[in-house]
Design a protein around this ligand. Structure first.
Ligand SMILES: [Fe+2]
Length: 366
C-alpha cells in the first residue's frame, strides 16, 4: 500500500509570453527586491519583460555570482530590509533563484545565514516569484536553496516550506540566449534530478509519475543536445523537464550524484551540472546492481540501450572536458568523506559504502 505526503504549493505558469501576460499580477506586494545574476536576466529579455509590466516599486540586486556565497545573501537580505521590500522576485539560473530564497528569509529574520542551517528561522520568508532563465535547477518549484559554505568547504542546501516560490513563470524563450555549454550543463543537472529522484529511497508513486514524464521529455531533446543545435522545441522540452525534476526532488531529495558533485564544484570549479555528469554513468552501473528494473526504465525512457550508451551520451555532450579531470587517491578519499556526511547519501538506493563511492569516483567519465 502506498503511503506518502505530496506537497507542491507553487503555482506554475508555463508558456511563451507568460511574464508579460501576467501583467500587474506579477507583483505580490508593494515593493519588490528583484534578484538577478550579472547577465542572464538581461540577456534573456526576462528582466525587460518584468520591468515593462511590474506595478509598484522595486530595487534591483544584480550581484549574485555562480554558486552564491553567504556574504552575497547577507547583502541582499540587508538591502531588502533597508528598502522595505515586501516580496522577492528572482530571475535567472539556480544561483540567483537560490540566493533570492535566502534573502527572502534574511529580510525578515535577524540571523546569520549559517545559523539558519542549525536552527531554521522563525518568521516566514517574504513571498517569492521565480522566473528561471536556465532549464536545469528546478529551484522555481522546490523548497531548497544551496549556498557555498566556505567554513565547511562545500555547497550545502537549506530547506523550508516557505522557500517554495509562491509563483513560477516559465518561458522557454528565456533559455535561447544561453551558450551551448551552459545549455548542456544545466540540462544534465535537470536529468540528474529526474534520475536521482526515481532511483531514490524516498521515491513515491506520485514523485515517480513526475520523474518518469520528465525523463521521457528530456529524452526527446537528446538529438538536439548531441547536435549542439538546441532549437526552441527542444528548449521547451528541457524547461518543462527541469521543472518536473524540481517537483520530483521537492518530494524525494537528490542522491549520491549531488553528494559527490558538490566537491567537484567546490574544489575543481566544475559547473554544477557538469559535476553531476562526471559520475552519472558509474552511479547507474552501481544502482543497476541494487535496482536493475528501475535503471532499465531510466534507459528505456531516454531511448538508450545500456549504461554504456548512457556513458557515451555524457562523453559526447562533454567531449571537450573528458579526460581533463585527474583525481588522486587523497582527493577521492576527501570527496567521499564529505559525501558520506550528506543527507543525499542516505537517500541513495543500496546504501552505498565508502568503498562503493570510491569506485564510482575512480570510474567516472572525466
Ligand atoms: Fe542540481
Amino acid at each position: 500500500m502506498n503511503r506518502f505526503n505530496y506537497f507542491m504549493p507553487t503555482r506554475m505558469v508555463y508558456g511563451q509570453g507568460v511574464v508579460k501576460g501576467a501583467g500587474e499580477s506579477l507583483a505580490l506586494g508593494k515593493k519588490a527586491l528583484i534578484v538577478t545574476g550579472k547577465s542572464s536576466a538581461r540577456l534573456s529579455g526576462a528582466l525587460d519583460d518584468v520591468l515593462s509590466v511590474l506595478p509598484g516599486e522595486y530595487v534591483i540586486f544584480d550581484q549574485v555570482e555562480n554558486n552564491p556565497s553567504v556574504e552575497t545573501v547577507i547583502q541582499g537580505g540587508a538591502l531588502a530590509k533597508a528598502e522595505g521590500c515586501d516580496y522577492v522576485l528572482a530571475i535567472g539560473g539556480g544561483s540567483p533563484l537560490d540566493a533570492a530564497k535566502v534573502m527572502a528569509v534574511l529580510a525578515v529574520n535577524e540571523a546569520h545565514p549559517l545559523e539558519l542551517y542549525k536552527g531554521g528561522w522563525n518568521k516566514r520568508a517574504l513571498p517569492i516569484v521565480a522566473i528561471p532563465t536556465t532549464a536545469g535547477t528546478g529551484s522555481e518549484v522546490t523548497q531548497y536553496a544551496v549556498l557555498t559554505v566556505e567554513e565547511e568547504e562545500t555547497k550545502k542546501g537549506l530547506s523550508g516550506p516557505d522557500l517554495f516560490p509562491e509563483v513560477a513563470y516559465l518561458d522557454p524563450k528565456y533559455t535561447e540566449s544561453l551558450s551551448l555549454d551552459v545549455t548542456i550543463d544545466t540540462a544534465v543537472d535537470a536529468l540528474s534530478h529526474l534520475v536521482e529522484s526515481y532511483l531514490c529511497k524516498r521515491a513515491t508513486s506520485a514523485s515517480d509519475l513526475v520523474a518518469l514524464q520528465g525523463m521521457a521529455l528530456w529524452g526527446t531533446a537528446i538529438p538536439a543536445l548531441r547536435k549542439g543545435d538546441v532549437d526552441l522545441k527542444a528548449r521547451d522540452a528541457l524547461l518543462l523537464a527541469s521543472s518536473l525534476g524540481g517537483i520530483a526532488i521537492a518530494q524525494t531529495g537528490t542522491a549520491l550524484v549531488h553528494a559527490l558533485g558538490y566537491s567537484l564544484t567546490y574544489y575543481d570549479g566544475f559547473p554544477h551540472g557538469r559535476a553531476n555528469a562526471v559520475c552519472m554513468r558509474a552511479y547507474l552501473e552501481y544502482t543497476k546492481s541494487v535496482a536493475p528494473e528501475r535503471v532499465e526504465t531510466v534507459l528505456e525512457l531516454l531511448e538508450l540501450t545500456s549504461v554504456e550508451a548512457f556513458g557515451e551520451l555524457m562523453e559526447d555532450l562533454f567531449a571537450d572536458y573528458v579526460g581533463k579531470l585527474r583525481l588522486n587517491p587523497d582527493t577521492i578519499e576527501n570527496y567521499v568523506k564529505k559525501a558520506m556526511l550528506t543527507n543525499n547519501i542516505k537517500n541513495s538506493l543500496g546504501d552505498p559504502s565508502v568503498e562503493e563511492l570510491t569506485k564510482i569516483l575512480q570510474t567516472s567519465i572525466m
